[in-house]
Design a protein around this ligand. Structure first.
Ligand code: BES
Ligand code: ZN
Ligand code: ZN
Length: 494
């Protein structure tokens, strides 16, 4: 289970030696065309690049691209920048759209090198353009013997004179997001709890993150009743991956918990066929926490982090758990299971209960938890539910600066009360159709002890793009959540 190949990437001060040079266009004119190329252009074509671009129909509309004739062996692509002063997130989107346009312009099977010349002076902008271009370069390459037909981006350069460390930071972050996407896209007959746990171990080898894997027997012996029940219907048993990053000088402790259902059929409460088709993506939260750990370690963030990936496959069989079963979660809380398709909260309960033992200052859990969250917020916005508005704001701020979109939802007391059970400490759903995302959050909160700060991220919508690619978002797995969690860790590291 290898990680996807990242284009070669660097910041550079030279616009030569690239197949394509991308320059910008605003209402005010062209942005970033190096003076020597501008001169050579005028000499070759008898008018300046801005004039010809206009004649060829180039417009400043964000993401609109226009090809100019080549100069000194470099092909020029003009990309609209929209406003004169686009935000980092706008630029991420424009850079993503631009590399995808380039892939469309290239020949089948070609490997393309691209350099962005956008007259960048701020590191924040340099970072955004690189992230957008690199993330936008990714497509999942299908499992097949034949060579891929589409062109691929082989190298990305961004003209910017800044600190060396920036390129390494961007590379680490992008590698994490793209690896999460790749794991999400791998079909579930190939990626299941055991193989995802192996992939996590391989991925983190060579870093200072310690990885421990509990297998199905250890989970059962140690009382992880959620993972054991949910994973019990599959011949491919559950796993709990625990990852620890303990840098010197860390003052704060963070715990991350990810839902890792490698395929969610619904179990005995079987999903209709159509709803099952995308359920290989039900491990997106786990993928995000694993890859986030590597990005945190590579950046050397001075915050102590423990992460848990709760892995199971939810299938119906003679050994499946049932609606009305009573399960004992790690730590002893009993749960009346209402519906085997509400499996995510059960595996998350085990992992959250275990995470308390690390005594974290903040717990973040991330899960493709409810269809109800998609009904509420659509497919591109994730829900955040937290122990306080301050904690929610911490997530919203980190998300804002990393370019991910979240919206806060409440955890109303009456919904928590509706989780009362006649036969166990709590039941897994309220039994009502309404407020499903909030009920799931209320349930999870029961497994975070005391007054501990906690945020629950429901990424059911934005984790998987069922439509066409847009901006820097590919079709399929998106790697949503990685950028926000790395940013929260960065804030905690101070
Ligand atoms: N994995 C699903 C949630 C989901 C749905 C994610 C669509 C992405 C797209 C989850 O396990 C589930 O099935 N939840 C149920 C809960 C219900 C039975 C209380 C749901 O949302 O319908
Ligand atoms: Zn389910
Ligand atoms: Zn699920």
């Amino acid at each position: 289970m290898s990680a996807p190949a990242l284009p070669e990437f660097s910041y550079t001060t030279s616009a030569t030696g690239t197949d394509w040079l991308v320059i910008g266009l605003t209402e005010a004119g062209l942005v970033g065309l190096p003076t020597d190329l501008a001169k050579a252009f005028e000499k070759t074509y008898g008018r300046d690049a801005a004039t010809l671009a206009r004649e060829l129909g180039a417009r400043p509309k964000a993401g609109r691209t226009t090809t100019l004739p080549a100069v000194s062996g470099t092909r020029l692509l003009v990309t609209g920048l929209g406003d004169a002063d686009p935000t980092p997130e706008k630029l991420r989107t424009i850079a993503g759209d631009t590399v995808r346009a380039l892939v469309g312009l290239a020949d089948e099977g070609e490997t393309v090198g691209v350099t962005f010349a956008l007259d960048i002076s701020e590191p924040e902008i340099a970072r955004a353009v690189a992230e957008g271009a690199l993330l936008g370069s990714y497509t999942y390459r299908p499992v097949s013997g034949s060579e891929p037909k589409t062109a691929r981006i082989g190298s990305v350069r961004v003209l910017f004179d800044g600190p060396k460390s920036l390129a390494a930071e961007v590379t680490a972050l992008v590698d994490a997001v793209l690896t999460a996407r790749e794991w999400i896209n791998i079909p579930p007959n190939l990626l299941y709890p055991e193989t995802l746990a192996e992939a996590a171990t391989d991925y983190l080898r060579g870093t200072k993150v310690k990885v421990e894997v509990l297998d199905d027997r250890q989970l059962a012996d140690q009382g992880y009743g959620g993972l054991t029940a949910v994973g019990g219907g599959s011949s491919r048993g559950p796993r709990l991956v625990r990852m620890t990053w303990s840098p010197r000088g860390a003052k704060k402790r963070l715990a991350l918990v990810g839902k890792g259902i490698t395929f969610d059929s619904g179990g005995l409460n079987l999903k209709p066929g159509d709803s099952m088709l995308t359920m290989k993506s039900d491990m997106s939260g786990a993928a995000a926490v694993i890859t986030t750990m590597k990005a945190i370690a590579e950046a050397g963030l001075r915050v102590q982090v423990t992460a848990y990936a709760a892995l199971a496959e939810n299938l119906p069989s003679a050994s499946s758990y049932r609606p009305s079963d009573v399960l004992t979660i790690y730590g002893g809380t009993t749960v009346e299971n209402m519906n085997t398709d509400a499996e995510g909260r059960l595996v998350m309960a085990d992992a959250l209960a275990r995470a308390n033992e690390d005594d974290p200052d903040l717990v973040i859990d991330i899960a493709t938890l409810t269809g109800a969250c998609i009904v509420a917020l659509g497919t591109r916005v994730a829900g955040v539910m937290a122990t306080s508005d301050e904690v929610a704001q911490q997530i919203l701020d980190a998300a804002e600066s990393s370019g991910e979109s979240f919206w806060q939802l409440p955890i109303p007391e009456e919904i928590d009360e509706a989780l009362a059970s006649q036969v166990a400490d709590v039941r897994s759903t309220t039994g009502s159709r309404w407020g499903g995302a909030l009920a799931a959050a209320a349930f999870l909160h029961r497994f975070v002890d005391g007054e501990r700060d906690w945020a629950h991220l429901d990424i059911a919508g934005p984790s998987f793009n069922e439509g066409s690619p847009y901006g820097y978002t590919a079709a399929g797995g998106t790697g949503f959540g990685v950028r926000t969690m790395v940013e929260v860790a960065r804030q905690l590291a101070g």
